[in-house]
Design a protein around this ligand. Sequence first.
Ligand SMILES: *Cc1c(COP(=O)(O)O)cnc(C)c1O
Length: 361
Amino acid sequence: MEISSKLLPESERKYSQIANLKSLPFGLYRTDHMFLVDFKDGEWRNPRIVPYGPIEMMPGAVSLHYGQTIFEGAKAFKHADGEIYAFRVDENAKRMNVSANLVCMQTIDENLQVEAALRLMDVDRKWCPDMPESSLYIRPFMFATEDALGIRPSLEFKYCIMLSPSGPYYAGGFNHGVRLLITDRYHRAVSGGTGASKTGGNYTASLKPGMVAKECGASQVLYLDSSNTYIEEAGAMNHFHITKDGTVVIPEFTDSILRSITSISMLELLPSLGYKVRQEKIAIKEFVEQVKSGDIIEAGGFGTAAVVSPVNEYIFDDGEIIKVGNGEIGENTRKIYEAYTAIQKGTAPDKFGWLKKVPRY
Ligand SMILES: *Cc1c(COP(=O)(O)O)cnc(C)c1O
């Protein structure tokens, strides 16, 4: 499918507004353009790059009532050669379709998704920041647009990609250890539900628990499965921990865990850094015992936005706090973060072929 474009004249583009900033917030700035394509009458139509702006839709659009929406998150980086490199966007395109299937939305050709992201980044390439820990955050998303109030899957959709020049997820960057709340009062997903889809409702379900976590002095919830037996996710990131024999452990993916591209990349990368790595069901009871005994020395979360987020402490509903290791960011977590981001920034070789250079179309 041919992607058309209607671009802003150079004089109306706004990229200079970030040119002199020393640091960038995460996810607040928008570039000049966005990509859109519509699904109607059984096919995707009119793929186009247009100025970033409001989208019109009918008040009866299914997404507004029943939350039929999905999204993705990826990043691109400006390297020393001045070119922009997108990180594993083909994996995001694949997962978009996994998410779509789980919530009865229309799948969309992966090649079209990737080409659209690359063309959009080419058009808005001057927005790609190059300060430390910054990236061009790529946000593809799809929502149901059919004007129909019966509860059934929509027959019409809009797929969109927007870009956000961003700094680190936490203002302090990697050096931001967090505390997570261990609780059996809240769950983000259940077996048989939609937890393996990046669908809006999962994130709505996590808002209240996130607020309660803050009231308890934690930044997020360590989510357990609905029987309160196994660890599922660290907020909106995959959980990981490191044992004292140098093994990195990630929960086995289930239908209530989002298959993180950061996690699957770590499964490939970590053996080359000398770590053993495995996925398994992690019982919360044993996890807590091993943190207390010192058999688990480091823990945290994996995800595109914060990359590697170290967890220094866990707090329970009764206020008890346990420290992981000595309660500071561990050296292994730091080493993993640095090796991973070095590939993204192009200061280490891309030996797994994870980067795609944004062409000059
Ligand atoms: C997006 C997300 C992740 C991280 O996935 P990445 O592909 O690494 O960004 C983990 N858990 C949840 C619940 C998520 O939504």
